[in-house]
Design a protein around this ligand. Sequence first.
Ligand code: SAH
Ligand code: SF4
Ligand code: F3S
Length: 440
Amino acid sequence: MQNKVYIETYGCQMNVADSEVAAAILTDNGFTICKDITEADIIFLNTCSIRENAEKRIWGRFKSIRYLKKKKPDLLTGLIGCMAQRLKEKILETDQFIDIIAGPDSYRHLPSLIEEASSGHKAVNVILSREETYSDILPLRLDNNSVTAFVSIMRGCNNMCTYCVVPYVRGVERSRNPDSVLGEISDLSEKGYKEVTLLGQNVNSYKWTEGNNIINFAQLLERTALENPSMRFRFSTSHPKDISDDLLRAIARHDNICKHIHLPAQSGSNRILKLMNRGYTREAYMERISAIRSIIPDCSLSSDIITGFCTENDEDHQDTLALMEWAEFDFSYMFRYSERPGTKAIRKLKDDITEDIKTKRLNEIINLQNKLSVKSKRKDIGRVFEVLSEGFSKRSEDFLFGRTSQNKVVIFPKGNLKKGDFVKIRVKNCTSATLIGEII
Ligand code: SAH
Ligand code: SF4
Ligand code: F3S
């Protein structure tokens, strides 16, 4: 029986969590997960469609896998996840080396899809569900650190930002039963994990109804923190239009909820925000940041920025730079706009900013963020932080690395510590990428 499966993950943290769900479903059905691709009988790429480049990279990788298949004709290959969902059966017309296609809501069918493919048929399932949250599946952890883990609390997205493919490939938003979220976390706690990141495309719209009782995200997060005092918690992503003071107060109340909020602005121009259908203005965004600063004074902030969206002019671009400077983001993920098939932007708006201008603006944005990131790290010199040690530093086994509550990476001498320990560190210095500290 062909039963060794290798899973390679692309895209966001939700895909990392999904690969662990897929791995659990497969092992429950007699398959084993292997870490060496050359040993595999079945290779799955868990794919991402968010930007054109993400898909190009996956195609590039797939070409080298085809080569493996030439050497081992029985090898089965599958694309799962968002790109599989977007391209559906169409991929099979253009690429005869793919045996299995499964979208993000089809992982329960992986065993039967493998069986179908083993008998020589192409196997496809890309049906999106309104209910699937895999809430009864205990993910099989594929990470190597056993200290930090992702837990998915909802799936899909209802926001329909005009540039974004996610609502089309992940389907409608649905929240996961809080008891199953808490059950998964207590299992992680028993296994020695120390940090969990709760995941959703817009965690602020988490909502679970049971009779007359409604549990929102602030309540879920607070319950999680209270029930697991020896672990700490992060969450991603917060949508600026939905982040409530209730949530901010819950974060402020609990030491084991990390003081970091990822709050993607996307643009600093009201005109562009409207074209993106983001549902907030620059002023509303700034008001939320002021609320964060006043309710959680030591909170760090990060953002996503898209540059060169349809019709963006120099004034819009300057608005984005000015917003970044005002908000003093501690770090940001910055992207050139890339048209995605099926989205409202590709249907109704023109991608009229040249690649040269997109690149020039992106460089300006990156340069500014680099300046802000250095400023944010320098500010920490001399201060003391509780750091969760995650493992050896890449540079040397005499050093460990970990993160502050604010999600900044710190490197420090190992001492008698091991990964998974919480430790108080005084920051002595910094490079452009990390803080350097000593144990106190
Ligand atoms: N749900 C999250 C984002 C998920 S996608 C949120 O709303 O913030 C991660 C990031 O990819 C987005 O925040 C956006 O900055 C970027 N992105 C999404 N679609 C894109 C596109 N078509 N071109 C360039 N960047 C894009
Ligand atoms: Fe995409 Fe917007 Fe949903 Fe984020 S909130 S996943 S950017 S549609
Ligand atoms: Fe994530 Fe990419 Fe899908 S960002 S939700 S894996 S399109």
